[in-house]
Design a protein around this ligand. Sequence first.
Ligand code: AP5
Length: 192
Amino acid sequence: MRLIFLGPPGAGKGTQAKLLTERYGIPQLSTGDMLRSAVAQQSEVGKRAKAVMDAGQLVSDDIVNEIVSDRIDAPDCAKGFILDGYPRTVPQAIALDRMLEEKGLKLDAVIELKVDEAALVRRMENRVAETVAAGGTVRSDDNPEAFRRRLEEYREKTAPLSQHYARTGQLKTVDGMADVDTVTAEIERVLA
Ligand code: AP5
């Protein structure tokens, strides 16, 4: 099973991808997590990505395309994978189409989570409050200014991907406003 999760920041892509990982036994490939790990390790990619991510903007297509292409060659992706947060621009989607064709792989579905913007802001605020209460480190892009920018980037660069995947017939839209379990059940229904 090869899936893509599409949706704005805070839509629940990571939450649902983790749950499906257990269900299908395939890894979650979160470009956000991979980039945060590169930043933490202060690798070359991390150094280039940090300021861009902190500002809520998108990292360059070349960087993420290369990261994903390498990652899906790993043995744990042999049975499939769940792309969480990639592709995020039309050029990334075109690069992914080409990458999969070259590797002889096919996508099974693209799941788009729809959530109102007001709910997205509340989710980000909840995540910050929960992280602080647990004594953890708040994500450097989980603040009002960066989050506003992340939403703008989503509207401008990522939302057009719905049309891209509607044209290929792979798009499945799911109401992401419901509670986590209900959203999971709906995803399993559309994949069945
Ligand atoms: P990334 O890490 O992908 O962040 P994001 O897309 O902004 O999404 P989030 O992780 O905030 O939200 P999510 O949809 O995964 O929701 P979650 O499950 O966490 O990207 C970060 C940055 O990296 C980008 O801004 C960019 O700079 C860079 N980047 C990454 N990929 C890139 C790419 N392809 N190209 C270029 N740059 C890239 O849930 C959010 C909260 O809501 C949680 O607290 C959760 O518990 C809660 N929640 C989840 N579901 C529900 C529900 N149903 N009801 C109530 N609460 C819920």
